[in-house]
Design a protein around this ligand. Structure first.
Ligand code: PEP
Length: 250
């Protein structure tokens, strides 16, 4: 079933003490303002086990996972390790991972498969660069990102994940996609899912928008029929801003 979700990606921010404080603030705000929206925080790896202990209403996500399940991969964190902290979600394919850590579609496919097999819900990111939008190949880019990864899954596997459309030019830039641009791409993705699987699967898939989403633009983005919530970077580091975004979900 399609769900409304707002997830906060803290990226490489917050010390452990700061992360615990932020998680406590968010959790207590969600407790005081109950809604049907699923609220998720994605702190840095080393916070997961501690933050997991204090969350009561908010779900926990990792920001990444290893592409192998165990063994001699110094510094990597496996899906089993993530799962053992109590996390339920994992962000895969964020554009910062694709750009700075050269993660390609094959790697992302391996990670996503491992996550699903471990009963973690992948939040799978896709999105075009500015040059791709300017040369009007943004639909082709997103289709290729999905074709080479999550669209290789059967319907049962696919139905276990969440998609996040994050235009790279909007991430951390202060320039969000317009509500029309977001809706257009979300509908395009949903139509691809319909063609690849079926109408029910397309209707049931949660597709989040990410890219400079803040309290002032969240409602306009979220009220679109194919936008099911957001993946929030910068604004998730302030509990009040993050909650204002959560409360913008219609
Ligand atoms: C993100 O990193 O997923 C993101 C959407 O960042 P920001 O909200 O800061 O643009």
């Amino acid at each position: 079933m399609r769900k409304k979700i707002v997830a906060g990606n803290w990226k490489m921010n917050t010390t452990l003490a700061e992360g615990i404080k932020l998680a406590e603030e968010v959790d207590s705000m969600v407790e005081k303002n109950p809604s049907k929206t699923i609220v998720i925080v994605a702190p840095p790896f080393i916070h997961l086990a501690e933050v997991s202990k204090l969350l009561t209403k908010v779900f926990l996500s990792a920001q990444n996972c290893a592409y192998e399940s165990r063994g001699a991969f110094t510094g990597e964190i496996s899906v089993e390790m993530i799962k053992s902290t109590g996390a339920k979600y994992v962000i895969i394919g964020h554009s910062e991972r694709r750009t700075y850590f050269h993660e390609d579609n094959m790697t992302l496919l391996k990670k996503t498969k491992l996550a699903i097999d471990t009963d973690l819900i992948p939040i799978f990111c896709c999105g075009e660069k500015l040059s791709e939008r300017e040369s009007r190949v943004h639909f082709d880019t997103v289709k290729k990102q999905l074709d080479e990864t999550v669209f290789t899954f059967d319907k049962t596997q696919f139905s276990k994940l969440v998609i996040a459309y994050e235009p790279v030019w909007a991430i951390g830039t202060g320039v969000n996609a317009t509500p029309e641009q977001a809706q257009e791409m979300h509908k395009f993705i949903r139509d691809l899912i319909k063609k690849k699987y079926d109408t029910q699967t397309a209707e049931d898939t949660t597709i989040l928008y990410g890219g400079s989403c803040k309290p002032s633009n969240a409602l306009d983005l979220f009220k679109n029929p194919d936008v099911d919530g957001g993946l929030i970077g910068g604004a998730s580091l302030n509990a009040s801003d993050f909650m204002a975004i959560v409360q913008s979900v219609p």
